[in-house]
Design a binder for this molecule. Sequence first.
Ligand SMILES: Nc1ncnc2c1ncn2[C@@H]1O[C@H](COP(=O)(O)OP(=O)(O)OP(=O)(O)O)[C@@H](O)[C@H]1O
Ligand SMILES: [Mg+2]
Length: 282
Amino acid sequence: MQEISLEGVSVRFGDVVALDGVTFVIEPGEKLAVIGASGAGKSTLFRTLTRGVPLQSGRMTVGGRNLYALSKRELKEMRRRVGTIYQAYNLIPQLSAGVNAALGEVGGMGSVGTLRAFLAGPDAGLSKRIRAALEEVGLGDKAGVRTTDLSGGQQQRVAVARLLVQRPGLILADEPFAAVDSVTTERVLETLLNLNRDGATLLVNLHDVEIARRFPRVVALREGRVAFDGSPERLSREKLAEIYAGDPREAERGAGSDPQDIRHCREETFRIAEGRDGVSAH
Ligand SMILES: Nc1ncnc2c1ncn2[C@@H]1O[C@H](COP(=O)(O)OP(=O)(O)OP(=O)(O)O)[C@@H](O)[C@H]1O
Ligand SMILES: [Mg+2]
């Protein structure tokens, strides 16, 4: 995907300012983690990248062209090159794993007729590519199983298989590791990073700061504004406390409180807080 540029992007939902003057540039092939408290605007940011929500003000360009001024046809073409994994996986539950993975291939056509062709039989018409993708995520034997009959982690992997089939230029993964075990997390992360190595721009919205630290660039949102943009080494404990202040999930973890208390909280949070103590430039 070409360079994506956001200049003073603001989005409102009634009285709620979801994004407030967001400015940053995503280079082609870059990988970046987006963090921030609940309601900070992370999902909204992802939605703007596919023109999924109107801008109140600001400008968004892809390869120098105003995303919000593209014709319907151009927008459709652009969206075809974007692969998404959302927390709800946006799979079609009644369809088999194989057909859902196949949607990576036929998504651009989007016609009921195409779906009907796939529905002819659970495995009918599944290309080698789709099989290979399902095998890569460890679901080679589940192609014919209805997605609704799969576990959360397995559904997650179907969404990844769909990406492998689609080979998008831009991947938007909105909390892809929520509610999956650590083995699945590692596997999904590895696959996403491989797709990035092959050239895809990768944006991952994460709650787990430790995973975010494995990305070379972290963008943090706080109440719709960019609160941090840079290398994770610069993400100090103080900065994290500021980013997550008032976040119910973070309060549970104890970030921003006394380091002695942090010891009793989730191990990874402790490691981040402890490991970075005093290292930061902030
Ligand atoms: N469709 C909508 N209608 C009204 N308000 C919305 C809508 N979508 C988002 N918002 C509001 O905009 C703000 C930002 O929401 P967003 O979903 O972007 O947050 P988030 O950072 O993704 O949070 P979370 O970590 O909980 O997923 C929130 O206050 C939210 O309630
Ligand atoms: Mg969200």
